[in-house]
Write a protein that binds this ligand. Structure first.
Ligand SMILES: [Zn+2]
Length: 664
């Protein structure tokens, strides 16, 4: 199937008007244009200039009296830092040229150092301490600002303070190295065509071949998932699984061990028992024991279910291979394959069968349409903008009622060599009503040009949820905008929306953005919905393991990351596979989700509770959507998460919906 790129209705109208007058009326994306760099030297020069400007702005701020305008000036300064630094640092994830990516990473390191010395700036700390907050919003910002300074070590005795800064810089540099090792690993696995039996031809037909004529496949998602889920050959699946799980290599295990030690040392400078204790006390969960107690509850809820599901998959394997049950062992590379088979057999669901219904660009328009309906906005493509890659797109978000441009969204949909290979959103610019600053975000995914599976459509909507959190923020200060919220809450707005792609009524919106697309049959959605709960025990047990491992690694005395992983994974029903090193690719915990992975489960509790407001046929209810936009997204972190949710739901949040869903 050829990928199609029809125009968005709004675009078509603009194109029809094209002429000199129409050019003047062409939509502009709010906020600064995305900077483009042809060479690494260009980027380095821009990085130098940016840091010089930031240093000059800092000197000015330092000499400013701690008066009623200080907090706003400090916020504007932080906004300036975003504009000067963020786009340059983002390019390491997406720029097609390696030298530019490397220059971007070097730039990021310099900005990290600038930021960490800023955290220890005594003049700013002193000014912030003298301030009297005018109202609750000021008070909340002042509180987190002072905590930020304290956590950066400004109040420590000089020697420890210096050590804190050195540790901060070193940990950040090691995290960058960790990610680079994964990104540039360029792992390839060789397969004969016969070994790829079961995998759609579109996945491998354009792959390069080695001298023996075998196909060389990478471990990017659009390749890895279909092979693991669909290859008939056990050994083919095992090889690609092992390649992926070892992607970071021994080097990353060493880096992670060092990062763990340094974080422990950092926390002890502040008298905290561990890095986890140091981090979690600022989060929604408030303390490590509370986070652990929650994880224990999750475990109790899924343990039995996981065993049952694995037994069933093992029976499916025995049947498939025609072997006696006793002779069959379930392996980790079997789970996705037999789960898919069971889903197909039980529910007649084939994720691959969704691709013709969900072409990538139309899928994007569908997700936009959903947000438009629900939250009272409009998306408009902005043509003629030069970005980091010719296929990257610029969109602007407008308020549907007032037509006011609210935000900019950049998109990068398809995989290519050297590109960030997961799905994520970069909040490039935080909005601020006081500074009339419009937000900007970049959404990066890696989709198959043939179309999306329903799972991938869910991923797209999840990521768009993050983008919307940035884009529809309407806080007074940029530092409290959208996604600046607590890490164990930040996933909730995205997780909440995931469920919308399983709603037949919602999927009908596809017809509005693509009249020529064949509508996805209701039956396929019903089946997928029934199949979704299948193997939930296995899935959530894995999430539970990741979260507990992360907390264990960062609690108490530092341990060897690999030994701890082998022990913890070894205690699960599928055990640990010798020779594999999952932690070497676990970027979350090496970088800024350390002691925070539990947040995915924690925020899912909140997400599922918030979702109840849309129950009873209100999935597209603009009133509930608008209330959600105003109370939750719009408020960013002006209020603590629990208070935001209470304003939206009209009551305290609870975990009922989450634990009920685990029983489904
Ligand atoms: Zn997310």
């Amino acid at each position: 199937m050829t990928p199609r790129h029809p125009m968005h209705p709004v675009m078509a109208a603009a194109a029809a008007l094209l002429g000199s007058a129409a050019i003047a009326a062409a939509p502009q994306a709010p906020g600064p244009a995305f900077p483009t760099f042809k060479t690494a030297a260009d980027l380095k020069a821009a990085c130098d200039r940016g840091l010089d400007t930031a240093t000059a702005a800092l000197r000015q701020l330092e000499s400013r009296p701690a008066d009623g305008g200080w907090l706003a000036a400090y916020d504007r300064f932080n906004g300036q830092l975003e504009d000067l630094g963020y786009p340059l640092q983002f390019l390491s994830a997406v720029h097609p040229d390696k030298p530019v990516r490397d220059a971007s990473e070097a730039c990021e390191q310099r900005w990290t150092e600038f930021q960490s010395s800023l955290g220890q700036n005594e003049k700013l700390f002193k000014a912030a301490r003298e301030l009297k907050p005018r109202d609750a919003i000021d008070r909340e910002l002042l509180k987190t600002t002072l905590e930020g300074f304290e956590d950066a070590g400004v109040a420590l005795p000089p020697a420890q303070r210096e050590r804190a800064k050195a540790l901060n810089d070193r940990i950040a540099a090691l995290g960058l190295e960790f990610d680079r090792n994964v990104r540039d690993a360029a792992v390839q696995v060789a397969f004969t065509e016969a070994e790829l039996k079961g995998v759609p031809e579109a996945v491998w037909k354009n792959a390069k071949r080695d001298p023996e004529g075998r196909l060389l496949l990478g471990v990017d998602y659009p390749t890895y998932h279909p092979v693991l889920q669909l290859a008939d050959s056990t050994s083919a699946r095992e090889r690609i699984w092992r390649a992926k799980v070892n992607e970071g290599g021994e080097a990353n295990l060493k880096l992670l061990a060092e990062i763990t030690r340094l974080r422990k040392e950092y926390a002890s400078l502040f008298g905290a028992a561990s890095w986890a204790d140091f981090v979690v006390r600022r989060r929604m969960a408030e303390s490590v024991p509370k986070a652990q107690a929650f994880l224990a509850e999750v475990k109790a809820a899924v343990e039995e279910r996981e065993r049952r599901e694995l037994d069933e998959l093992r029976r499916a394997k025995a049947e498939h291979l025609g072997q006696p049950l006793d002779a069959v062992r379930m392996e980790r590379w079997d789970v996705p394959f037999y789960t898919e088979r069971a889903r197909k057999a039980r529910y007649s669901v084939d994720q691959e069968a969704f691709r013709p219904y969900f072409p990538p660009q139309e899928s994007l328009l569908f997700c936009f349409r959903l947000i438009e309906k629900l939250m009272g906005v409009r998306y408009e493509r902005v043509p003629g903008v030069t970005l980091w890659h010719p296929e990257a797109q610029t969109w602007r978000v407008l308020d549907a009622k007032t037509n006011k441009p609210l935000a900019t969204l950049w998109l990068d949909l398809y995989p290519r060599e050297g590109k960030y290979n997961h799905a994520a959103v970069w909040s490039m610019r935080s909005g601020s009503t006081a500074a009339r600053r419009t937000p900007q975000a970049a959404l990066v995914v890696n989709f198959d040009r043939q179309g999306l599976t329903l799972d991938e459509l869910e991923t797209l909507l999840h990521e768009l949820g993050h983008a919307v959190h940035n884009n529809l923020s309407a806080t007074r200060y940029g530092q409290q905008a959208g996604t600046s919220t607590k890490r164990d809450f930040v996933e909730a707005p995205s997780q909440m929306l995931e469920d919308w792609v399983y709603d037949k009524q919602v999927l009908k919106l596809f017809g509005e953005v693509c009249p020529n697309c064949k509508p996805v049959p209701d039956k396929m959605i019903e089946q997928a919905k029934a199949a979704r709960d299948y193997a939930k025990g296995i899935q959530q047990s894995r999430q539970h393991l990741f979260a507990s491992y992360d907390l264990a690694l960062y609690s108490g005395e530092p341990r060897d990351p690999m030994a701890l992983w082998a022990q913890m994974e070894g205690a699960t029903p599928l055990g640990h596979v010798k020779g594999t090193m999952f932690p070497a690719g676990f970027s979350h915990i090496a970088t800024n989700y350390s002691a925070g992975y539990y947040g995915y489960l924690w925020s899912l509790v909140v997400a599922m509770d918030m979702r109840t407001a849309f129950d009873g046929g209100k999935r597209l209810d603009p009133q509930v959507g608008r209330r959600y936009r105003d109370k939750v997204l719009g408020n960013g972190s002006q209020l603590p998460p629990a208070a935001l949710v209470k304003e939206f739901l009209g009551r305290d949040f609870n975990s009922k919906a989450f634990f009920e869903d685990l029983k489904k």
